[in-house]
Design a protein around this ligand. Structure first.
Ligand code: PLP
Length: 299
């Protein structure tokens, strides 16, 4: 379920066929592995998964470490996969293996960054310092398009030298460093601090869990996955997926729309990703609309 974007490199590392198949002759070779999922209330199963997939990753490192350019991961949660929350400590295990085998760790925090998982950056929760940190969306609060690639000094210095040495990283775009977008980012960063947005996000995480709790008992809700303010409500019927042509997830979002809320589904998963700065009352309303819409449609 990896998704990292739609340029050639990022499509290459994505694993969702419909987003990239058209371009398959152009894509780079990639080694994929599965990620152990969080199993709430079943710590033993979660740790079994963690051990299994860490072992598999170690095997892949042994085979490929000499040719890997880096390891790319969405820390803690795979968003576009349908809010797949990873087993606790998996990220740290990945980091440990990267350091042991001298492979760069690239953390894609485009979706999870800026408070969405409970800390400013998701990597912080497992004490992980990636070699490259990719940021966007929350950087400007979504108001203007801006992305940033943060790197360690070691990587930065690798591109320094006399012009004749040809070490310059020639990879610029028309709107690189766009002043307006940067001003929006600076304003947004100031607001994150001044308005205690991280504290608000923690409150919202509790509100989301409480307000969506009734859905756990709904027979057509297979699972509610949550990390911070990122939530995926997966709909199924008697444990089996609905027929795809019913587009049940889409039907739920249409029912939400009739109630004045615009939400997105990823197949049969209803995605709630309220802005970390959102007032609590709006999040309560959001959850109530989701509960009502699921009850109306998923029968
Ligand atoms: C985790 C993640 N990485 C990368 C991207 C792609 O970002 P962009 O569209 O800015 O290239 C997205 C977009 O949704 C994303 O969720």
């Amino acid at each position: 379920g990896a998704y990292h974007g739609d340029t050639i490199g990022t499509m290459s590392i994505g694993s969702i066929g419909r987003f990239k198949n058209l371009y398959s002759p152009l894509l780079f070779p990639v080694v994929w592995t599965s990620v152990p999922c969080a199993v709430p209330d079943q710590p033993e199963r979660e740790s079994e998964q963690l051990e299994h997939w860490t072992g598999e990753l170690e095997r892949l490192f042994e085979l490929h470490h000499e040719t890997l350019a880096g390891v790319v991961i969405e820390p803690l949660v795979q968003a576009a996969a349908g809010i797949k929350v990873q087993a606790d400590q998996f990220l740290r295990r990945v980091w440990g293996l990267c350091r042991r085998f001298d492979v760069l760790l690239i953390a894609d925090e485009i979706a999870v960054g800026f408070g969405r998982t409970g800390t400013l950056f998701a990597c912080e929760q497992e004490g992980v310092a990636p070699d490259l940190l990719i940021l966007s969306k929350g950087l400007t609060g979504g108001y203007l398009p801006l992305a940033a690639t943060l790197v360690t000094d070691e990587i930065y210095d690798a591109f320094l030298g006399a012009p004749a040495a040809g070490r310059t990283f020639f990879h610029g775009h028309t709107y690189t460093g766009n002043p307006l977008a940067c001003a929006a980012a600076l304003a947004s960063l100031r607001l994150i601090e001044a308005d205690h947005v991280l504290r608000n996000a923690s409150r919202l995480a509790v509100t989301l869990a409480e307000e969506l709790a009734p859905l756990k008992r709904h027979p057509q809700v297979r699972e509610i996955r949550q990390k911070g303010t990122m939530v995926g409500v997966e709909i199924s019927r008697a444990g089996e997926a609905y027929p795809p042509e019913m587009r049940i997830g889409h039907q739920v979002t249409l029912a939400c729309r009739r109630r004045g809320v615009i939400l997105r589904n990823i197949a049969d998963v209803i995605v709630l990703m309220p802005a970390p700065a959102m007032p609590e009352s709006l999040v309560t309303e959001l959850c109530q609309v989701v509960c009502e819409s699921v009850a109306e449609v998923a029968v």
